[in-house]
Design a protein around this ligand. Sequence first.
Ligand SMILES: Nc1ncnc2c1ncn2[C@@H]1O[C@H](COP(=O)(O)OP(=O)(O)OP(=O)(O)O)[C@@H](O)[C@H]1O
Ligand SMILES: [Mg+2]
Length: 308
Amino acid sequence: MACTLEADSLYKEYPGGVVAVKGVSLKAGQGRTSLMGPNGSGKTTTLSMLAGALKPSRGVVRVCGYDLWGGEWIEARKHIGYAPQRMPFREKLSGMENLIWYGLLRGLGLSESRRRARSLSEELGLSEYINRSVASYSGGMRRRLSLAAALMGDPDVLILDEPTSGLDPRAREELWHLIEVSLKDLTIVFSTHISVEAELHSDYVYIFNEGVIVTEGRPGELIEKHAPKPRIIVYVRGDAEPLPVNGVKPEVVARGVYMYPVEDPREGIRRIVDAYSLHGVAVERIETRRPGLEEVFFTVTGRRLEEG
Ligand SMILES: Nc1ncnc2c1ncn2[C@@H]1O[C@H](COP(=O)(O)OP(=O)(O)OP(=O)(O)O)[C@@H](O)[C@H]1O
Ligand SMILES: [Mg+2]
């Protein structure tokens, strides 16, 4: 069963004075909510405060109505499953033994832990490897095992920090498929620094920059609101200066790489190529870019999101 996860005005100052999170408020219900933002924007710090793993300097977290940091940690924590960016598995033990360990930590008995570990490993496609040592696992297997470990306590709220980082695109899609099919009834909050991932896999996104939420909404609505136009990117020969087209000055992406917002991509390409050829400048390559959360981030912060 899903229930609500809420945060009100969370702050975190680390020892040494770094204020990593500066007044974050959010709310997540059934479905997938993402925290998207560049490296160092405060996603992990926020998620670990939501998960009960890091005490906020200030602010309130409510999990299924329980005040996590206000005296109801034990009750609240029962409802949470948390897969941190790097799960601290015992490498020499098997996947099964690690899962049983997480079950025992959550207060399940040995036979219940074993039963649940077996059913989760089947559900998550891990059965074949479950008796091998975790040291021999691939990145994809490790990610699935993290998910299984986070699910051992049968949580209502699942917190996943960069659940697909380090995976190739195919393994990433497989993991998302699994999450979307098997876990659709839960409240899932995950972080990612990949805008396309937030766009494709979240119902609602909070965009982070420098410890604050700069905008939030359904991905489609944010794109509609902040980045409604397609973009044409031209790569021109040599050091040719950017040219205005239809009175629109392009954004300079790099030397010789200019980006134009257009209404109609076909028409836009024609006009841009015409403008440069009129000045005797050869256009070497043209790309059309559908607007996405990457453009939303740029519109809102004036900064480029480093993708990767
Ligand atoms: N234990 C710590 N002590 C001091 N500063 C920290 C600590 N952990 C994180 N920070 C700082 O807090 C800020 C936010 O870090 P955080 O890990 O929450 O960001 P993030 O959005 O998860 O980044 P990434 O995409 O790289 O995982 C950064 O400036 C980071 O250097
Ligand atoms: Mg992080």
